[in-house]
Write a protein that binds this ligand. Structure first.
Ligand SMILES: CC(C)(COP(=O)(O)OP(=O)(O)OC[C@H]1O[C@@H](n2cnc3c(N)ncnc32)[C@H](O)[C@@H]1OP(=O)(O)O)[C@@H](O)C(=O)NCCC(=O)NCCS
Length: 171
């Protein structure tokens, strides 16, 4: 495996079988094929990181009116810890900046320490919380500030100011 075999490109409907395999392996509540197709149809930014022809990770983001959102980012469990998610987030930022985004937002489960560490390492800061935002698989014991609703988990809202990025090295 060499770095030369890695590439990032736009995700297409032909990629969906591989992407959905990863999606379903990674989330208790995976995105449906219809939802992914809709994201592609409406023109959301969809990127995939590949090693040769194999998809290792992907990201969906939207942008408009100077704002942008990372909607989904996922790396194949067998290929984590190699900087693939960091590369995907950086490429999302570069992409939405081309579309004039001045800020990027995302939501993350408060229990998702790996993703929170990833985003914080890239300069995202917590700006809010959405109570009981995510469904929880029954039986999951997640710590939530609110205990009056069951099987829900809070989302942390993170953002990064993109106006201070002057060169690609700042991403
Ligand atoms: C979160 C996720 C995308 C990280 O993918 P990855 O390719 O393994 O991450 P990277 O190798 O790019 O790691 C970049 C940074 O993220 C953080 N990080 C990644 N995995 C971590 C872990 N298991 N524990 C703590 N920090 C972690 C670290 O800060 C890391 O930097 P470092 O390697 O210098 O320490 C991956 O675990 C995943 O796909 N999870 C399931 C889907 C998901 O939760 N997506 C986020 C939804 S908001």
């Amino acid at each position: 495996m060499t770095e030369q075999t890695l590439s990032i490109r736009t995700l297409s409907t032909d990629d969906l079988p591989q992407v959905l395999r990863i999606e379903r392996a990674c989330y208790d509540f995976p995105w449906s094929e219809d939802l992914m197709r809709n994201c592609l149809e409406v023109g959301y930014h969809a990127l995939t990181l590949c090693e040769a022809d194999e998809i290792r990770g992907y990201a969906f983001a939207s942008s408009g009116a100077g704002e942008s959102h990372i909607l989904n980012i996922c790396v194949d469990p067998a290929h984590r810890g190699q900087g693939y998610a960091r590369t995907l987030v950086q490429q999302c930022i570069a992409t939405v900046m081309v579309h004039a985004a001045k800020v990027i937002f995302l939501e993350v489960r408060e229990s998702n320490h790996a993703a929170i560490a990833l985003y914080e390492s890239l300069g995202f800061v917590e700006i809010g919380r959405r109570d009981n935002y995510y469904r929880l698989r029954p039986g999951t014991n997640a710590k939530s500030r609110k205990t009056n609703r069951r099987n829900r988990e809070d989302a942390l809202v993170l953002s990064r100011d993109l106006t201070i990025i002057k060169t690609a090295d700042d991403i």
